[in-house]
Design a protein. Structure first.
Length: 318
């Protein structure tokens, strides 16, 4: 009798254990279903990008990304300062996942304000040279732009040119055209002078440039080159891709680029800056934002028209 009772107790205990295991398995399956559904939801969510790059430059890139991956990208464009302030104001409620902007200064400022999270991508680390990425892994360069001297091939010989600073010498009085200093490109160039030569010499260089201006500063680099072509001035300073665009429209353009500060005593070389991006700290979709960032830095975008040279490769050119 005791044996029968003992067997019944074992059977009862076994049923309880089996019931517990069944419940645990069901709960685990339910959690897995929820996690899977959440991942699918994030895959279907569009990546939200704030960009200081103009629509006609970035839209073809995002279209190509969507065609290759099936992931949609929605974007808002504005000036870098306005976008950074917007992200700060939105705080944890920002809908944006990624900030794309020109100039390492803008990226560094956004990072210093705590707007980015670490990228944590082996693809970025293997693709983009270390000196073109943030040391704390908060942003990465995506494309390079060189800001160099442009001159009239009809009125200037390349041997007449040497350095950025030399454009302030007397031979260029009334022959120099520059873009307004309100734009970040000239601000960054002058920042390089300050870093390398100190504030006093940098101020002297800028003052000499101003004294040599042929016309009032223009609103953009294209107008600088158009003024040179029209004979209003003979030399200027522009980003190289503006020259490329103009030359593509007119292969017989009577202008050429000159690479300044190349002598042994001039250690700076041509001023180079980046366009880049960082994943926002409060992104709701950081994994997909990272995927877009990796794609932008990779060979997969080779066929997409770019506004500047990609930041691929490990070397340090001058």
């Amino acid at each position: 009798m005791k044996t029968d009772q003992l067997k019944a107790s074992y059977r009862y205990l076994l049923l309880i254990i089996l019931a517990g295991l069944s419940a645990a398995c069901s709960e685990k399956q339910e959690v897995e279903k929820i996690n899977q559904a959440t991942n699918i939801d994030h895959l279907s969510d569009p990546i939200i990008v704030y960009s200081s790059r103009k629509q006609h430059l970035i839209e073809p890139v995002f279209v190509e990304f969507t065609q290759q991956t099936g992931i949609k990208v929605e974007y808002t464009t504005d000036k870098a300062g306005a976008l950074i302030q917007r992200i700060k104001t939105e705080g944890q409620n920002t809908p944006a996942d990624l900030l794309i902007t020109v100039d390492a200064g803008n990226l560094g400022y956004a990072a210093s304000e705590g707007l980015f999270q670490t990228i944590n991508s082996s693809v970025i680390n293997d693709t983009v040279a270390p000196h073109l990425r943030d040391e704390q892994d908060l942003w990465t360069g995506l494309s390079l732009r060189a800001r160099t001297i442009v001159y009239s091939t009809e009125r200037v010989k390349p041997e007449d040119l040497s350095t950025y600073q030399a454009l302030g010498e007397s031979q260029w009085q009334g022959r120099l055209c520059l873009r307004t200093s309100k734009k970040v490109y000239n601000q960054s160039l002058v920042a390089m002078f300050i870093a390398e030569q100190g504030e006093v010499k940098a101020e002297q260089t800028v003052a000499a440039w101003i004294a040599n201006l042929a016309i009032d500063p223009t609103s953009n680099d294209t107008k600088v080159m158009q003024a040179i072509e029209a004979g209003q001035c003979d030399v200027g300073i522009v980003n190289t891709y503006y020259f490329g665009r103009l030359e593509a429209k007119n292969p017989d353009l009577p202008l050429a680029l000159f690479w300044p500060n190349q002598s042994v005593t001039e250690k700076s070389g041509v001023h180079v800056n980046v366009s880049g991006a960082g994943i926002l700290k409060y992104s709701n979709n950081p994994d997909q934002a990272r995927r877009l960032l990796e794609w932008l830095a990779s060979e997969q975008r080779e066929g997409v028209e770019e506004a500047a040279a990609p930041c691929r490769g490990r070397g340090r050119g001058r």
